[in-house]
Every structure is written in structure tokens, then in C-alpha cells.
Write a protein of this length. Structure first.
Length: 636
């Protein structure tokens, strides 16, 4: 006998379902009401719950197209919910066909492990690659579990959830360890506390899901169809019981549907015909679904371009593929970033106001606690046993020191402990709660000085690291890159020696003659800048030099000079040559002739790691020209 839907499978007469069918449009109406409300951080969770109910009733009534639509929407809402749980800041914007844009401001997402798992299963069934990329990440699962614990959610702290989540994530990565995670989850279900969850459903439904994950993960697919049929029959028996037949959760075995879709993609074919697993969903014939989402950070205040990078580091965005440009709105410099989706996070757009003071501390992108967290994270990647290259370790250690310096700017000048009210972020409050005393200027200065000592020690080995690269021969890309970097170091060392003569002369250039000798010649602009940037630079620096180039002269106590030299082609990223250049160079590197060598320098007091900073000297064939802070003039 052909099975029409779940209700008729359970013995209902088709004619008796008219009232039940009228229930489906109510979910669309409820979604419209939720979408009409003002934005809220947990709105995606509310919409997800609504779509899960719609999916369950659509499946129960055999409405496969409505089911596909509900699964797709649920996957998108679940992805947005998970991103909100993972990211503490920014506005999440989710675009849906026919619905418009859903906005989630910062705040608790309402996420729980159960909601996350339901959403992941919906994404798997809907074949939504963007939603899967967001949801099937360990970082996402951990963030959801942490939020559920912090919010004291009724469901979410049970000991089996981490293993359950890891089993699904590993399966999607085709990692055989999925079977081990599934085994640990089954043991935790059978032996651990299950809270308010129904132990019968956990045993008869979730245990079956985990057993099927093991079969797929280990490639033991000969028994797949039989095991899936047994799981469907047990699901049907569990929710056909008179005490649970009314529960919507029993209308759609989301876990089994998701695994059937994965099995189909891996060559297992369609399962036996059943109302619980509609073929159009299992075989993906209703088409791929896509989640379109982005995160926007608006006008956060940073005191340096580095702080913008650190903020994005903290959110979890990889450093590769970061693109940004500088704007000037009125007299306010703005750093605007665009990053593609990556690391389980959607596309991001961010604007940072480059401020000079802490006057508007309420809008700071990073508080002191977050900066200390980042400093410790960077420093942990340095030292014996690190798999990171020596050059990259120097960059990370430099970042750690600069993070502590930035945190020191946020501390009280009188030496007292920073008030907890100055730490608005969750991360900052956790660091502060663990040890408030570290937010005192003396403690933080001692930590920074320890990092500086380590950097000085490691910096002495930098040149030794380059020797093998300079000695290598061959034509592969790695060797070519090593030769190029070694050549850049060698040339830079020569130019540095020449630059020091000019820099020493500038330190006592009270009559301005040295500066005037560094004024760019008209033909220099086309040699230093690329394309239309040459004309822009010429116009800007004509004004700068016509007003007279002023500088602060170092006193006799500033007896040390730290000079950094790098080809413009190496200014597009942080590396061993560019790491102490101002961060603005990254945004304009493509506008510079990559072969011209630039100089940045500081006059320092002995034993200090900061001082009077200058930049913009360029060697042009047979003379020096000075283009101070070019990123200010080449901003869009």
C-alpha cells in the first residue's frame, strides 16, 4: 500500500486531516510577525523554532515542497544563530528570498546544542553549503555549548553533547574518528545524567543516529539499509505511542533524514519508501539551498591600524585575504575592511575610526582584557616546540608586546586597578575575574618588559635563520621565495647603513637644510608610486612641503636609532622586514612601486622599545626622497 504521509501511516483517515492542514499557514504568519518585530539577538533562534515546527508538520502531511522550504529557512536561521553565539560583537545580516533581511544585534543568541544540531541536520538535508560551513565547526559547537551553560539553559549541559556534536562534525569531514565520537556519545547517554530529556527517545532515536554515523564513518555500508530501516521503525514505534503521538518532534526524524542525505551523496542510494524520508529531500532533487549572510562592524574606535587587525583576530577571522582601504570623512580617518567568508564565519565588513585619544572609550573595538587575552594567545605561539617559523614568531611576539602597550593606554594613570566597568566584553570580564590585580600598571608593565626581553633575545637570531635560505639552490617556488626574501634582506641591510647617515643628520636638522634636500623631485613620483597614485601623491606632497616639513627633534637622551627597511612589495603583509612599519602601509602597498625600498625609524632612549617615530624615506636611484605617512594621502 502506498504511504501518503505520516498521519495515514499511523492509521489516520485522509479526510480527517483538513483541520491539521489549516495549521501550516499559521507558521508563515508567525514568521511574518517575528520578522516585523524590532531586531533582537535571539530572533534567529525564534525563527528557527518556528521553521522546525513547520517542517515537522509539512512532513507529517506529505507536503514535500513546503518541507524543503522550511528546512532551507531553518538552516539559514540556525547558521545566523550560531554565528551570533560565536561572535560577541557586530551586527549579523541574513538575507532570505522573499523575506528580506534579518538583523541580529549583539547579545545572547538563545542557542542550545539541541537547536544547533537540529539546524545542522536541516542544512545537511537542504544541501546548504554555506550553512554547513558555519555550523559544522568545532568552534561553533563549543560556542553554542558555552552560551547554553552561561544562560543556564534547561537543555544543553548534558555530558553527551560534546561527543554528539563531534561525531556529526567528524562525519561531514569524512574523518573515521566520527565512529569513536559516536561511541563516546552513546556511552554518555547510557551512563550519564540526561536531565529533563526523555531517556526513551534518547535511547531509541539518538542512539540509532549515532550507530548510523559509525557505519558511515567506518565504511561499513553493507548493513546500511537494514540499519536505517530499523532506526525508522523504532522512531515510528516510539512516537506512535498514545502518550507521544501528538508530539511534532515525532513527525520528522531530522537526524535520520540528514544521514540519509549524506549516505545518498556517498553512493548508498535511496532508502526504502517511507513517509519519514521523502525521496525529493534525500536525493536533493529539489535543488541546492544557499545561506547569504554577513557581519558588519560599524565605526569602532581603534588607536592604531594594528588594533583593527587584532580585533578581527579575536573574532576568529584568518589573516589571509584581508583587504582594506583608508578613507577620510571630514577630518576623520577611517579604515574599511572587507573579508571573505572563512573559518566557519560569513563575509565581514568592518569600519574602524582611527582615533588619537581614548576620549570615546565606550566605542573602543578592544578593551584592556581582550588585549591581554590576545597578547597571551600570540605569546603562546612563540618559543621552544613552536611549529611557527622564526620570522613569524618575531611578528607574533611583536604583536603581543604591542597588545600590552595598547592595554596600558587603557589603564588608570595613578597606578590603581582598572575598574571592571571599563571591561564591557565577555572575554575581558573573564580575564579580569580570574585575576583583577593584573590590571594594574606595574603588573602589566612587568609583563610587557618580559616579552620585550624575549624579543630582543630572539631578534639576535634572525639573521642566522636566513643563512640556509641564502645558500639554497634550485627552481621550486619555495626556494625562489627564500632567495627573494634573502635578497631583500641583503639589499635592505645595505640601504639601512646609508639611511642611518640621513636619519642621524635629521636628528639635529634645526635649520631645515637636511629636510629640504629630501624634498621629492618632480620625476620621483612616477618612480615611487604606481599609476594614478603618482599624481595624487604629487598634489598632496606639494602642499606638505610648501608649508614646511616640521618634526620633533630627539633630545640627547634619545641616543639609539631603530631603523627598519623594506621593499614596498613586502609592505602588503606583516613579515620580518615590515613588522614595525605603521599599519597603514598594508592598505596602500599595491599603490607603491614594489621594488623601491622604504625606511621607517625611531629615536629611542636606551632600554626603551618605543620613541619618536618617523617613516617615508625612499631610495631613488642616486638620492633619498621623503614621503612621510603616505597612507594618509593615498587613502580613498
Amino acid at each position: 500500500m502506498t504511504v501518503e504521509n505520516v498521519y495515514t501511516l499511523r492509521g489516520y483517515e485522509a479526510a480527517s486531516l483538513t483541520g491539521t492542514r489549516q495549521r501550516l499557514p499559521r507558521y508563515a504568519e508567525q514568521a511574518a510577525r517575528l520578522l516585523a518585530k524590532p531586531p533582537a539577538p535571539d530572533r534567529a533562534r525564534e525563527l528557527l523554532d518556528n521553521e522546525l515546527e513547520r517542517a515537522r508538520f509539512a512532513n507529517a502531511l506529505g507536503e514535500t515542497e513546503l518541507l524543503a522550504d522550511a528546512l532551507s529557512a531553518a538552516a539559514s536561521y540556525a547558521a545566523a544563530m550560531a554565528v551570533r553565539a560565536r561572535l560577541p560583537a557586530g551586527e549579523i545580516r541574513l538575507s532570505l528570498d522573499g523575506v528580506g533581511e534579518v538583523r541580529l544585534p549583539p547579545g545572547p543568541s538563545g542557542a542550545t546544542p539541541a537547536a544547533w544540531l537540529d539546524g545542522l541536520c536541516c542544512a545537511m538535508a537542504a544541501r546548504d553549503p554555506e550553512a554547513i560551513a558555519v555550523l559544522a565547526r568545532p568552534e561553533t559547537s563549543i560556542a553554542v555549548q558555552q552560551e547554553a551553560k552561561q544562560s543556564q539553559a534547561v537543555v544543553g549541559s548534558e555530558p553527551f553533547w560534546p561527543h554528539y556534536a563531534d561525531a556529526f562534525i567528524a562525519l561531514l569531514r569524512q574523518d573515521p574518528l566520527a565512529a569513536e565520537h559516536a561511541r563516546l556519545a552513546v556511552n554518555a547517554i547510557e551512563n550519564g545524567p540526561t536531565g529533563v530529556l526523555d531517556p526513551v527517545a534518547l535511547h531509541s532515536v539518538d542512539r540509532r543516529v549515532l550507530e548510523l554515523i559509525s557505519l558511515l564513518a567506518l565504511g561499513q555500508t553493507a548493513n546500511w539499509r537494514a540499519a536505517l530501516n530499523d532506526a525508522i521503525n523504532e522512531f515510528n514505534n516510539t512516537f506512535s505511542d498514545s502518550e507521544s503521538a501528538f508530539l511534532p518532534i515525532g513527525f520528522l526524524p531530522l537526524g535520520l533524514l540528514a544521514l540519509s542525505a549524506v549516505a545518498f551523496e556517498r553512493g548508498q542510494g535511496l532508502p526504502e519508501t517511507t513517509a519519514y524520508l521523502p525521496p525529493g529531500i534525500v536525493d536533493g532533487s529539489l535543488g541546492l539551498r544557499h545561506t547569504i549572510m554577513q557581519v558588519r562592524y560599524a565605526d569602532l574606535v581603534v588607536l592604531s591600524a594594528d588594533e583593527a587587525h587584532w580585533f578581527l583576530d579575536l573574532q576568529g577571522y584568518p589573516r589571509k585575504a584581508r583587504a582594506h582601504h583608508l578613507l577620510v570623512e571630514g577630518s576623520t580617518p577611517i579604515a574599511s575592511y572587507t573579508l571573505p567568508a572563512g573559518g566557519g564565519l560569513p563575509k565581514v565588513e568592518a569600519r574602524f575610526i582611527l582615533a588619537e585619544t581614548l576620549e570615546d572609550s565606550s566605542r573602543l573595538a578592544l578593551d584592556a582584557g581582550e588585549l591581554i587575552y590576545l597578547a597571551e594567545a600570540f605569546a603562546r605561539e612563540v618559543g621552544a616546540g613552536s611549529t611557527t617559523s622564526h620570522a613569524q614568531q618575531l611578528i607574533l611576539l611583536d604583536d603581543a608586546i604591542n597588545c600590552v602597550d595598547a592595554a596600558l593606554q587603557r589603564l588608570p594613570k595613578d597606578g590603581s586597578v582598572l575598574p571592571s566597568s571599563q571591561l564591557p566584553s565577555r572575554c575581558g570580564r573573564e580575564i579580569y575575574g580570574a585575576e583583577p590585580g593584573r590590571f594594574r600598571r606595574t603588573r602589566m608593565t612587568a609583563y610587557r618588559d618580559g616579552l620585550r626581553g624575549l624579543l630582543r633575545q630572539m631578534d639576535t637570531h634572525s639573521e642566522a635563520e636566513l643563512q640556509p635560505a641564502m645558500a639554497e639552490e634550485g627552481g621550486d617556488s619555495t626556494t625562489d621565495e627564500n632567495h627573494a626574501r634573502a635578497t631583500a634582506h641583503a639589499v635592505s641591510a645595505i640601504v639601512r647603513a646609508e639611511a642611518l647617515v640621513v636619519i642621524q643628520a635629521l636628528a639635529s636638522d634645526y635649520d631645515g637644510k637636511v629636510r629640504e634636500s629630501l624634498r621629492p623631485r618632480d620625476e620621483d613620483y612616477d618612480k615611487v608610486f604606481v599609476g594614478a597614485s603618482a599624481a595624487r601623491a604629487r598634489k598632496a606632497y606639494d602642499k606638505v612641503w610648501s608649508r614646511g616639513l616640521n618634526m620633533d627633534f630627539p633630545s640627547s637622551s634619545y641616543s639609539e636609532i631603530v631603523c627598519d627597511v623594506a621593499p614596498a612589495g613586502m609592505l602588503a603583509e606583516r613579515n620580518e622586514l615590515s613588522r614595525r612599519f605603521p599599519g597603514g602601509y598594508v592598505a596602500i602597498a599595491e599603490k607603491l612601486n614594489p621594488h623601491r625600498i622604504w625606511v621607517a625609524w625611531q629615536y629611542r632612549r636606551p632600554g626603551e622599545d618605543a620613541g619618536l617615530a618617523y617613516d617615508g624615506l625612499v631610495w631613488i636611484d642616486d638620492h633619498w626622497s621623503w614621503f612621510p605617512k603616505p597612507y594618509r594621502h593615498l587613502a580613498v
